[in-house]
Design a protein around this ligand. Structure first.
Ligand code: GN1
Ligand code: MG
Length: 345
């Protein structure tokens, strides 16, 4: 874990920022990168990119550049977050250990939230993510790279889970393993959707958690989306599904008390209405019929990913206690149950 400190100075200087003029503090609840807020004359967000997860960091910058150029031409009023270039004109600067760092402007008077409190927030956030996909509907998908190959490919995640099972060393995970296997039919449904070409490959955000939406502090309106590292080719179910996963339940994936995992129908209805307010005419009838599958698929993929990481010794997600990935997997498996009970089809 990197603490805010003096080692950031050389990086900040490359971006033309004098570290001594800023208060630097860690922010965010992400599992992958390390993110800091700089408060001073101007406000910035500084981020160290996880190079073990994003093995080709330049692909992130390239995708964002293609998207931002397209949006600037076709939707000039859209506020799309891009990073600040360093003094030598680069999107990222590398430190002595080979980690890339990026600097963003901090959008003034905005907040992020870790939980959806009202259906209005769900509607707004879902419309915001839907708008991004709609605006990018006619961009050339083939120009984008996969920043993490096969990131939300459920078939791959099932294979990785099976691999992790081979090295499992303890029985604490048995109940979760059984539950994951019981849900294997979801992989079959996913395969059918892909093989049947029901879903169009689009540019999607791929990390549509509620805390990746900026809200205006004063009006409560949405002010844009952040965390564009996985803006890349994918299917709409990845975005819609991750919203269902993170919006409908009043507690996060860290919650240990499974009785708190409930399905808020008003929030689900609002998120779907918000998403479709942008995407209804963009989606094909075949895509629209995959809507009920989205939340199940993305909740399940997170259960598989958390459990596989636990079984292989917690090499991927940042943890603060040894059982954390198992707790997350059990949480997501319970959420999968409540979503399946509440979304027919
Ligand atoms: C990771 O680091 P963060 O929180 O932005 C993960 C997402 C998961 C999420 C679960 C690159 O995102 O896919 O949904 O954790 N990102 C990556 O909280 O693996
Ligand atoms: Mg992310």
């Amino acid at each position: 874990m990197v603490a805010p400190g003096v080692h950031m100075s050389p990086i900040l200087k490359l971006f033309g920022v004098m570290p001594s003029n800023y208060i630097i503090e860690r922010i965010g609840s992400g599992h992958i990168h390390q993110t800091f807020r700089l408060t001073g004359k101007n406000n910035f967000v500084l981020q160290r990119v996880n190079k073990d997860v994003f093995k080709e960091p330049d692909a992130i910058a390239s995708n964002i550049r293609i998207a931002s150029e397209f949006l600037r031409i076709h939707f000039p009023e859209y506020s799309f977050l891009t990073c600040i270039q360093s003094a030598s004109g680069k999107d990222m600067e590398y430190d002595a250990e080979g980690y890339p760092w990026r600097l963003f402007p901090f959008t003034p008077n905005t907040v992020t939230m870790d939980y959806v409190s009202t259906p209005q927030q769900a509607y707004g956030a879902a419309a915001e993510f839907g708008r991004l996909t709609r605006y990018l509907d006619r961009v050339e998908v083939g120009r984008f790279k996969e920043t993490i190959p096969r990131f939300h490919d459920l078939v791959l995640r099932q294979q990785q889970f099976e691999e992790a099972l081979k090295v499992r060393g303890n029985s604490a995970a048995e109940a979760c393993i059984t539950a994951c296997k019981r849900a294997y039919p979801l992989v079959g449904t996913y395969k059918q959707l892909i093989a049947g070409r029901s879903l169009r490959l689009r540019i999607v955000h791929n990390d549509t958690k509620i805390n990746n939406v900026l809200f205006d502090k004063t009006t409560g309106e949405t002010a844009g989306v952040i965390d564009l590292d996985t803006l890349m080719p994918g299917y709409f179910i990845y975005d819609l599904g991750d919203m269902v996963r993170t919006f409908v339940c009043p507690v996060s994936e860290e919650e240990k008390d499974l009785s708190k995992i409930i399905f808020r129908k008003d929030v689900y209805d609002a998120l779907l209405a918000g998403y479709l307010s942008e995407m209804n005419d963009v989606l094909s009838p075949a895509e629209r019929s995959a809507i009920p599958f989205a939340g199940k698929m993305m909740t399940y993929i997170m259960a598989l990913r958390f459990l596989a990481d636990y079984l292989r010794g917690n090499t991927y997600y940042h943890i603060t206690y040894p059982e954390q990935n198992l707790v997350r997997a059990a949480n997501q498996l319970r959420l999968l149950e409540v979503i399946s009970e509440n979304i027919p089809g």
